[in-house]
Design a binder for this molecule. Structure first.
Ligand SMILES: Cc1ncc(COP(=O)(O)O)c(C=O)c1O
Length: 399
């Protein structure tokens, strides 16, 4: 049936999105205009956090978090190997040491029991923080992680790139939305085109902590502040003359810390805000697609595991674990179905191997990597296309 490629993920751009971007391009601001704050306010409301800071991409969001938390040379931080490298790299950007801890094979998420064992095996104070990832869109139980983190005085950055709109249910049966920062100190999102909300490139940090929020704002723009209550240079110096001055002049600002240009543009923010209005519809479509896959594969013996139907899952990815994964991947590609592998375990990337990580260190992640494959899932995937994918998988296994 198919001459066009069916990718594993894809953006959905409507005429409304295009109009919103055009309006931004025709306005007075290409960057640092009112659309950024608007995007931040609406996004904070969507996830249920107090603050949101829009940035250039998800990697910049992670870097700003490790900077704001003061990660420094040699600080040990725990994360999962089954994630995009940026979740770990942000620790290295600040000179910290990445300590990988294995996944729970039934959820594919960082296994809290293994993290506990790691923390118990060394004196308190050895570790500084944890970066759990809502991998594939499945929400981490951050209430449990917070309890553990408090025992060891650790901070938490929730990497929620895969999970806007996702949630877990806490001990009091309340839904806790990914990124609401009720348990994590900071949470981050990416607006890369395959994600739920596309800005081209874009990212967001969310938090409920006023102090961290102020730090993020400054670090996003070169460590510059324009808040005169924070100035440390004298009024006389700022004015550049020794008389006829009584307030800081309009041009004055201070660079007080080493920051970056991690800003997003106004037209990207306009696209993000427009996409956000349809985020819940997209989520519903992803859930329907996931449920169709689950029904199609439930009884099949060649499938050893799959994302399945899980409450609160945001289904950025739908993953199955299969025999002869390479054969299936190549067969699907031959039929223009571009499934993908998420992820090659991060600790076995040559960059991380140089720190001593080796095969056998993370048995669950390594076993998972040998079998996993991510099937097409995105809001505009049609029923016929999904059927085509399911039938091709069945035919590869001679069903
Ligand atoms: C889990 C995770 N963390 C971080 C990132 C980095 O986001 P970006 O590509 O926007 O820099 C990604 C993006 O692929 C991701 O999937």
């Amino acid at each position: 049936m198919n001459n066009t490629i069916i990718p594993y993920g894809k953006q959905n751009i409507t005429q409304k999105d295009i109009d919103a971007v055009i309006a931004a391009l025709q306005s007075d601001y290409l960057t640092q205009g009112p659309r950024i704050k608007d995007f931040e306010d609406q996004f904070a409301k969507y996830v249920g956090s107090k603050y949101a800071v829009a940035v250039a991409n998800g990697t910049a969001a992670l870097h700003l978090c490790t900077l704001a938390l003061g990660v420094k040379e040699g600080d040990k931080v725990i994360t999962t190997p089954i994630t995009f490298a940026a979740s770990a790299n942000c620790i290295r950007y600040c000179g910290g040491e990445v300590v990988f801890s294995d996944i729970d094979p039934s959820t594919y998420l960082l296994d809290i029991e293994k993290v506990k064992t790691l923390l118990e095996s060394v004196p308190k104070g050895t570790y500084k923080g944890i970066i759990p990832v809502d991998f594939a869109g499945r929400a981490v139980d951050l209430e449990a992680f917070r309890k553990l983190a408090d025992e060891y005085n650790l901070w938490i950055i929730e990497d929620a790139c895969h999970a806007p709109g996702g949630y877990f249910v806490d001990a009091n049966k309340n839904k806790q939305r990914c990124g609401n920062s009720n348990f994590a100190n900071l949470a981050i999102f990416s607006f890369h085109p395959v994600k739920h909300i596309a800005c081209g490139e874009g990212g967001m940090v969310t938090t409920n902590d006023t102090d961290l929020y102020q730090k993020l704002l400054a670090l996003r723009t070169h460590g510059i502040t324009k808040n005169e209550t924070e100035y440390s240079n004298s009024l006389e110096f700022a004015c550049g003359q020794s008389e006829h001055f009584n307030q800081y002049p309009g041009w004055y600002m201070e660079m007080q810390t080493l920051g970056f240009n991690y800003r997003i543009t106004d037209f990207q923010a306009a696209l993000g805000t427009s996409q956000l209005q349809r985020a819940n519809d997209g989520l519903e479509k992803r859930r329907t697609i996931a449920s169709n896959y689950a029904n199609a594969f439930n009884e099949l013996s060649f499938i050893k595991g799959q994302s399945g139907v899980v409450a609160g899952h945001a289904y950025h990815l739908y993953i199955i674990e299969v025999e002869d994964r390479l054969g299936l991947y190549n067969y699907l590609r031959k039929h223009n179905i571009f499934a993908q592998i998420h992820y090659i375990p991060c600790h076995l990337m040559p960059y991380y191997k140089q720190f001593g990580w080796k095969e056998g260190d993370m048995p669950n992640s390594e076993k998972y990597y040998k079998k996993c494959i991510s099937l097409p899932i995105y809001p505009t995937l049609t029923y016929e296309e999904q059927d085509f994918v399911i039938n091709k998988i069945r035919s590869f296994y001679n069903l």
